[in-house]
Design a protein around this ligand. Structure first.
Ligand code: NDP
Length: 359
């Protein structure tokens, strides 16, 4: 801060002092006051200089998985120039998988990150701007809608929420190291790679029963590991699993370690009642212990169900006009790349319709 600035302010303050008892005291006090005042003025002027104008968009898409990018491709082609906030994991869950063999159009399969890069390229080709940052705050109750990406506030007429859900993991050291090398959270995606092997599934809900049953198409045996003495899954799903000769359900059993260097070779198990330990040789470990929808930032803005998924009306609509939802953030049932992509398409078509009525 320039010194002269504070000095002249000090003179001003002294001049306006109604009864200066002592000129020196006045000068010294005034100098102190002036310094504080000048500092705050200087800081405010610096802040003014760095404030960026708020950017307005027709459409902001939050999330960059198959739902977000598909929405962007459709919206881009409709000349809506969408802005995509790609989030903490640009490309979403597929960027952490290896081979994707069930996405239509790729008879020889495609690696997850390549598929997501291709979607991103296709979106930007049609005029989408992608920002690799997370949305930190939203105000969906204002008009226009306000979305803060990183520390930059944007306004928009319309928003598509496609933030997805994250699979829950056990949190063990070797789990992430062996992810994609035998550890998976999606049997539909990766089951095919376990032909003729023994695998284990952790969980006792519908997802665990469904994944175990699905895995018996490939694996020669599936052990379901349930941490308590009961299952949470629905009766028909339990019955199907129990009647399958390739499935064994083990209760009160937890995984304490995942074994293997290059790929999974086995699990260390602990029986929770008597604390006995053993090793179970398996080639794969599937986690079906639930997903967590990425909805924290919308908590006080939109209606969420008990598990935190966004409550939708009529497929992609929310209670707020101009706010649409696509993909796993509202879907705990299918959770597939292709269903999310289809959902992204529907949301973009609805957004386009909404904006055309607005004009
Ligand atoms: P759930 O929350 O229903 O079940 C999670 C299971 O994982 C529970 O058995 C839970 O045990 C167990 N678990 C949680 N954390 C751990 C841990 N750290 N270690 C070991 N076990 C753990 O999740 P789902 O994904 O199964 O289902 C979610 C929703 O989706 C449900 O409403 C379900 O009905 C639905 N769904 C429907 C399907 C269908 O209809 N086709 C298919 C799949 C899901 P505990 O019980 O001890 O807490």
């Amino acid at each position: 801060m320039p010194k002269e600035y504070s000095k002249s302010l000090a003179n001003c303050l002294c001049f306006y002092n109604p009864q200066p008892s002592d000129k020196n005291t006045c000068a010294s006090n005034a100098m102190k006051k002036a310094l504080i005042l000048a500092q705050s003025l200087f800081i405010s002027s610096m802040q003014c200089a760095t404030i960026r104008p708020m950017k307005h968009h027709k459409l902001i898409i939050i999330g960059s998985g198959p739902a977000g990018y598909t929405a962007a491709i459709y919206a881009g082609r409709a000349e809506l120039s969408p802005l995509v906030a790609a989030g903490p994991e640009p490309g979403g869950q597929l960027t952490t998988t290896t081979e994707v063999e069930n996405f239509p159009g790729f008879p020889n399969g495609i690696v997850g990150p390549d598929l997501m890069q291709a979607m991103r390229d296709q979106a930007t080709k049609f005029g989408t701007e992608v920002v690799d940052a997370s949305v930190t705050k939203v105000n969906l109750k204002s008009t226009p809608l306000s979305i803060t990406i990183g520390d930059e506030e944007h306004t928009t007429d319309c928003v598509i929420i496609a933030t997805g859900a994250s699979a829950l993991w056990l949190g063990q050291t070797n789990e992430q190291r062996l992810r994609g090398k035998g550890v998976s959270a999606c049997a539909t995606c990766d089951g095919f790679f376990f032909k003729g092997k023994a695998v284990a599934v952790v969980g006792g809900g519908d997802a665990a029963m469904e994944e175990a049953t699905f895995l018996t198409k490939f694996a020669n045996h599936v052990t379901v590991l349930v941490r308590s003495d009961k299952l949470r899954a629905s009766k028909p799903m339990i019955k199907r699993a129990e009647e399958n000769p390739k499935i064994t359900i083990r209760y009160n059993t937890v995984v304490t370690d995942i074994l293997g260097e290059a790929t999974v070779t086995g699990l260390k198990l602990k029986h929770v009642i008597d604390s006995t330990e053993e090793e179970l040789p398996v080639g794969g470990l599937f986690l079906a212990i639930g997903h967590r929808p990425n909805t924290d930032v919308f908590r006080d803005q939109l209606e969420l169900d008990q598990k935190g998924y966004i409550v939708i009306q009529n497929q992609v609509l929310t209670s707020i006009p101009g706010v649409f939802v696509a993909g796993d953030v509202a879907d705990y049932r299918y959770r597939q790349a292709i269903t999310a992509a289809g959902w992204g398409c529907m949301a973009a078509l609805e957004a386009e319709k909404f904006l055309s009525h607005k004009e």
